[in-house]
Design a protein around this ligand. Structure first.
Ligand SMILES: *Cc1c(COP(=O)(O)O)cnc(C)c1O
Length: 463
């Protein structure tokens, strides 16, 4: 037996064959104030959908580290979880359970000494994770100073000038002096020697980045730890290391298993990563894991009710979406170690091939090759003087490619570069399309660009 639906009453608009948005009366759609009345949902959708056409195409955005592609099954799970609030651990105990499983998985992946007792949590991204990691360092230092009967008013944090802005925010918001090691010559990130020079008894920690957003290079975490071991032997000053593995936390374990950068190094106290970068989840999810419970001071932890039990939380936000956490767990389950290894290995293969093809075009010089993070930076060869990297960036934009051009910070402000981030969803085929477009633009750049050389380097009036 089939059920018959009662006949639908004829819609008021059924006689219209034109899209309502494009045949509306002349009244304007209000943009900056609340409209007086309501609007048809299809029209509202179309208005906003159309306005967003002006956004770039995320898949052609070679500037971002953030995931722009996920499997349809992951998207379905996320849709099913949009209504779940992470903080309601009592209401959504299974989402809370998946979060703790993810912390355990990362804790194992990063070789914590006791992954059964994993200490960590999810965040909205690496920025929130950096705040939590930095706070733990600061509180531990304060407690140590108090126990020694010494003043604890002037904490400082040592890092390279190439740190992501979240560390500058941390220092600013929590009154910690930022001690930055500038770049020098061809050294574009922190070195062990320079880091140790800036450490003293007020140093709450050293931040080492895996890897740098400027050029995709890994900072020498093991060397930094060794240098700090020597510092402690020499002076008694004991400085812990936090690794900002926003990208590399999901790259190195899979494609550089020999590289020691994680909890295998006893001095590494905590590690953060962005689930929404090479964790392969849409924004926003991040993670922070501490070496062990001792690395996270008890008095930073709050307790929430969880199935009649008490569950620890450490976070800046209260309400937070659960969908991203479920999606992270989906990726872990779906890909496994080998799946992640293939995805990250492929990204690196695409990055290194693309960088070497770009080097072969002639006018460019590579700063990095994409053989650490699948991210590389390149600049113009010294003999190219009639156009700049900024012109190259604009020229690529004509075909929709977004490739950022930027100048390097202190001591290398003379250097301007372009950067390409290769992510899951950007394969060899797209790399070829990108190369074709870059190649096609070169003759135009050579011909049409206005001279950019400054007075000093011009062909000659200075004798
Ligand atoms: C992206 C990034 C951050 C900030 O991470 P979000 O997840 O965007 O908050 C911090 N540090 C490094 C090294 C990064 O690459």
């Amino acid at each position: 037996m089939t059920l018959k639906h009662p006949k639908r009453p004829p819609s008021r608009r059924s006689h219209l064959s034109l899209a309502p948005l494009f045949t509306r009366e002349a009244d304007r759609i209000p943009r900056h104030e609340l409209a007086a009345g309501e609007m048809d949902p299809d029209v509202a959708y179309q208005v906003i959908h159309d306005e967003l056409l002006l956004d770039g195409n995320s898949r052609m955005n070679l500037a971002t580290f953030v995931s722009t592609w996920m499997e349809p099954q992951a998207i379905r799970l996320m849709t099913e979880c949009f209504d779940k609030n992470m903080i309601d651990k009592d209401e959504y105990p299974q989402t809370a359970e998946l979060e703790m499983r993810c912390v355990g998985i990362l804790s194992r992946l990063w070789r914590a000494p006791d992954a059964e007792q994993a200490t960590g949590c999810s965040t909205t991204g690496s920025s929130e994770a950096a705040m939590l990691g930095g706070l733990a360092l600061k509180r531990r230092w304060q407690q140590r100073r108090a126990a020694e009967g010494k003043p604890a008013e002037k904490p400082n944090l040592v890092m390279g000038i190439n740190v992501q802005i979240c560390w500058e925010k941390f220092a600013n918001y929590w009154d910690v002096e930022m001690r930055l090691v500038p770049m020098e010559g061809d050294r574009f990130h922190l070195s062990a020697e320079e880091a140790v020079k800036l450490c003293d008894e007020n140093t709450i920690g050293v931040v080492a980045i895996l890897g740098s957003t400027f050029d995709g290079s890994y900072e020498p975490v093991a060397e930094i730890c060794r240098a700090l071991d020597e510092l402690q032997e020499r002076t008694g000053v004991d400085v812990p290391v936090h690794v900002d593995g926003a990208s590399g936390g999901f790259i190195a374990p899979f494609v550089d298993p020999e590289l020691e950068w994680d909890f295998r190094l006893p001095r590494v106290a905590s590690i953060n990563t962005s689930g929404h970068k090479y964790g392969l989840v849409f924004p926003g999810v991040g993670w922070i894991v501490w070496r062990d419970a001792d690395a996270l001071p008890e008095d930073l932890i709050f307790w929430v009710n969880y199935l009649g039990d008490n569950m620890p939380t450490f976070a800046l936000n209260f309400s937070r979406p659960g969908a991203q956490i479920v999606a992270q767990y989906y990726n872990f389950l779906r890909l496994g170690f080998d799946g992640y290894r293939k995805v990250q290995g492929y990204a690196r293969e695409v990055a290194t091939r693309l960088s070497s093809e770009i080097a072969g075009l002639g006018p460019f010089r590579l700063i990095t090759r994409g053989d650490e993070l699948p991210v590389f930076a390149f600049t113009l060869a010294d003999d190219v003087t009639n156009y700049s990297v900024f012109d190259v960036s604009s020229a690529l934009r004509e075909r929709g490619w977004q490739v950022p051009a930027y100048t390097f910070p202190k001591n290398r402000t003379d250097l301007a570069a372009l950067r390409v981030v290769v992510r899951n969803g950007f394969g060899h085929d797209m790399a070829d399309l990108f190369l074709d477009d870059l190649r096609r633009q070169l003759p135009h750049l050579q011909k049409h660009a206005a001279p950019v050389h400054d007075a000093g380097s011009g062909a000659g009036f200075h004798h």
